[in-house]
Design a protein around this ligand. Sequence first.
Ligand code: RIB
Ligand code: CA
Length: 303
Amino acid sequence: MKKVFIDTDPGIDDAVAIVLAHQMGLDIKGISLVSGNVHRDQGLVNVFRLSHFLGKDFPIYTETDRPQVYPLSTGVDIHGGDGLGGTDLPYEDLDYQENGMDALIALLKKEPVTIYALGPLTNLALALKKDREAFKNARLIVMGGNAYVPGNVTALAEYNFWCDPHSAWDVFENFPGLVDLVPLDLTQYGLLTQDRMESIEKENPKIGKFIQEITKAYLDIYQRKDGVRGCILHDPLTLLVDKYQEKFTWEEVDLKVETGEERRGLVQVDKTSSRKNCRLYTGVDPDFLMDVFQEELLRKGKD
Ligand code: RIB
Ligand code: CA
């Protein structure tokens, strides 16, 4: 089984990503919480909720609880007060460790791991400052940014990079190799419609009901904004680029993230530079993307 480590700010789409990782049969070596959609400590409770829902224990870690420089600006207006659409799902308090990046570094020194960064990059920036060498064997796949399409927090910037642009800058400056980046340019093709959610529910009622329950408020926002009964779950789509890389369009670029107040989170892409620090995913067939999302979500037996 593929060993993965997930850094997350759960959030509705983060929650679906963790369920998807489990359904895909990934070997989840750790889940670390970062502040973003919700404060780290609310995210911790939400991982307890996912553990309860899946009936599965994960090694759970905390680390930072705020962006490097700017004050924390959560996404509770989109994700609901509890971060999971106000669903108040059941949970039991579970054991967890602090200093999650020390645990990640120790893991990387033992074996190659794919890291999925699904929130602001505060923890990963800290880890790279602690021990850049340890990341030589790692693959880092980040959900964030917007290269050639508008942002989703401001016209210029996507939330994860806007929330903590200094850490995004650090990660793209310090990671020893190419960061795989899944930006809004790619996730825009991943519209999850009400019809598809109902089709998922038919095949696996437990998973289908869960997704419909936590996305209801999210769908209402999309319906009010775009007039469609569908939503884009950015984080779970990020889990697909590794296994199905040949199905995606990507380019190797030199990528920087602006940190100044005016243009915070803005992504600058240079395709001509001799320095390449990013594999930027920009295209996929929308039907393939959502069909394989559904296929992987339903891979494990019907509960
Ligand atoms: O812009 C989308 C990203 O910001 C996703 O990771 C979502 O969970 C929020 O963190
Ligand atoms: Ca997220």
